[in-house]
Design a protein around this ligand. Structure first.
Ligand code: NDP
Length: 329
């Protein structure tokens, strides 16, 4: 019988999400990889226990996470039912819809038909009564933003989610959706963009909009899928994501192309007394508009290492300049 660590709230940092009443753990656990039907359930359980025992309260799902699609939600639901049920009110559980989930014209994108059906499926798979946050996973170029926004609003009104979020929207799209949500009084509080040392586009696009609108971000691929750790410094290890070669956005060629940059960043991290992963997470969290950084993990030890980032969050201007120079080279 799982008993959560009694000291779990002692070291974690909790940041307010924009001007909402909700706070998120500064580090959240993402279940895109490593929680599918192909992954041992006992390891999944150990990673989730480790995360919660260290004060991580934010768990990030989507309809299609697996493989097979849907299995991450089902597995999380199993672990919730057996171990975490007494702690439900200590957890922020999020899911999303917007990428291909089932065949035909309704299992994808952002129509009312698709979003409402997908949220219902996700609730069934996880066994939850409601999500804490439900996201539109990407903007749908063929659906009027008002339709997507009113579908998310309906999920709130019907008790299926407490808050709503957007993911992979441009700054302009976030601003337009935010205006609709304001009219509807929908609790839209959060955006989920890609952000890390090697992908800084949101600094001039999404982040200024979120600051204006008094919303917050939770960043995904904060470790660039493992490139921003010490994992690939000496080649591509067996069973790593790059070695598997089946996961989008991470290929062996990228490891080679970024190796010099990653080695130089690793030296800055070492001078700060941190691992590269810890520095990468702290660097994301230096942005006032970033409330939380998502991490993926294939082992509990990675969660432990990453949470230690919180012990050294501040950067000197010299360190920031050194990082900027490395990234500009
Ligand atoms: P990260 O950038 O966090 O990379 C995770 C991987 O990095 C791990 O699986 C592991 O790789 C490696 N890693 C993590 N910590 C360490 C460590 N301390 N030392 C060495 N290696 C480490 O991952 P993701 O891209 O998966 O993003 C995290 C989450 O963000 C997802 O699970 C999902 O919830 C969300 N996300 C959302 C998207 C969206 O469109 N909204 C898109 C992508 C992600 P290995 O497995 O090789 O051990």
């Amino acid at each position: 019988m799982y008993q959560a660590n009694r000291t779990r709230y002692d070291e974690m940092v909790y940041n307010r999400v924009g001007n909402s009443g909700l706070k998120l753990s500064a580090i959240g656990l993402g279940l895109w990889n490593n929680f599918g039907s192909v992954d041992p359930l006992e390891r999944q359980r150990a990673i989730i226990h480790q995360a919660f025992d260290l004060g991580i309260t934010y768990f990030d799902l989507a309809n299609n996470y697996g493989p097979v699609p849907g299995s991450a939600e089902a597995n999380f639901g199993r672990i919730l039912a057996s171990d975490l049920r007494p702690y439900r009110d200590e957890l922020v559980i999020a899911s999303k819809a917007g990428y291909l989930m089932w065949p035909g014209p309704y299992g994808n994108w952002g129509s009312r038909k698709s979003l409402i059906a997908s949220a219902d499926q996700s609730l069934r798979r996880t066994g939850l009564d409601y999500f804490d946050i439900f996201y539109s996973h990407r903007a749908d170029p063929e659906t009027d933003p008002e339709e997507t926004a009113t579908a998310l609003d309906q999920l709130v009104r019907s008790g299926k989610t407490l808050y709503v979020g957007l993911s992979n929207y441009s700054g302009e799209q976030v601003r337009a959706m935010s205006a609709i949500f304001k009219d509807l009084h929908t609790p839209f509080i959060i955006d989920q963009p890609r952000y890390n040392l090697l992908n800084r586009q949101i600094e001039t696009d999404v982040l200024p909009v979120l600051t204006d609108e008094r919303k917050a971000a939770v960043s995904f691929s904060s470790l660039c899928q493992g490139l921003l750790t010490d994992k690939y410094l000496h080649g591509i290890p067996a069973n790593s994501r790059a070695e598997k070669g089946t996961i989008p956005f991470l290929h062996p060629a990228q490891v080679e192309q970024t190796l010099n940059t990653v080695k130089a960043l690793n030296a800055v991290a070492a001078d700060r007394g941190q691992s590269l992963a810890q520095m990468a997470l702290a660097w994301n969290l230096r942005q006032p508009a970033i409330a939380s950084v998502l991490i993926g993990a294939s082992r509990p030890e990675q969660v432990v290492n990453n949470v230690q980032a919180l012990q050294h969050l501040n950067f000197t201007s010299t360190e920031l300049r050194r990082i900027d120079d490395i990234l500009a080279a």
